[in-house]
Ligand binder design. Structure first.
Ligand code: SF4
Length: 166
């Protein structure tokens, strides 16, 4: 089954809300990981990004799948969305909510699910970023990237290797 079509269960919704509530701590942990990856970049480059992509993507799928109910789009933007994965939106809205968010903050399409953008709002408030990061315009999903490692892609962008980060 394709990760993007996997049906979520109530426990995944609870996990999403847990992660949003702990957005500050989780973002700190990611910052540490990112720092380590930057330090190790010359070694990673020598081993080869192509070779490392699969194992990294597997670790990401396990950790982000558990914590964020991530859909592994390979172009993670949860750093902008208070750790709420926008790929869980049934309409795949990546630049803010649709017009149908229910009064109780639940999704128009899946009433049992909290709207990912309401969670994004809450997560960003916990990060003290208010809504500035949500207002950064996100590009459309690049369909070459699902299943690839977003961490390695971010790292390559960070070290100025963006041209090869697909
Ligand atoms: S209510 Fe929220 S999660 Fe549901 S379709 Fe609209 S933006 Fe997406």
């Amino acid at each position: 089954m394709n990760a993007t079509s996997a049906a979520s269960k109530p426990e995944s919704y609870r996990m999403r809300m847990f992660s949003v509530r702990h957005a500050r701590a989780l973002k700190r942990i990611y910052a540490l990981l990112e720092c380590t990856l930057v330090q190790c970049e010359p070694l990673l480059r020598r081993i080869g990004y192509q070779r490392l992509d699969k194992p990294f993507a597997r670790v990401e799928s396990l950790t982000k799948g558990l914590l964020l109910d991530s859909r592994n789009c390979g172009q993670c933007i949860v750093g902008f969305t208070g750790l709420s994965c926008p790929m869980n939106c049934p309409k795949k809205m990546r630049n803010g909510p649709c017009g149908g968010v229910r009064d109780d903050g639940r999704c128009e399409v899946k009433p049992e699910m909290p709207c990912v953008w309401v969670l994004a709002w809450e997560g960003n408030q916990r990060l003290g970023e208010e809504q500035a990061s949500m207002q950064v315009l996100q590009p459309p999903v690049d369909h070459r990237l699902p299943g690839k490692s977003a961490w390695l892609r971010e790292l390559r962008i960070r070290v100025g290797d963006a041209g090869h980060a697909v």
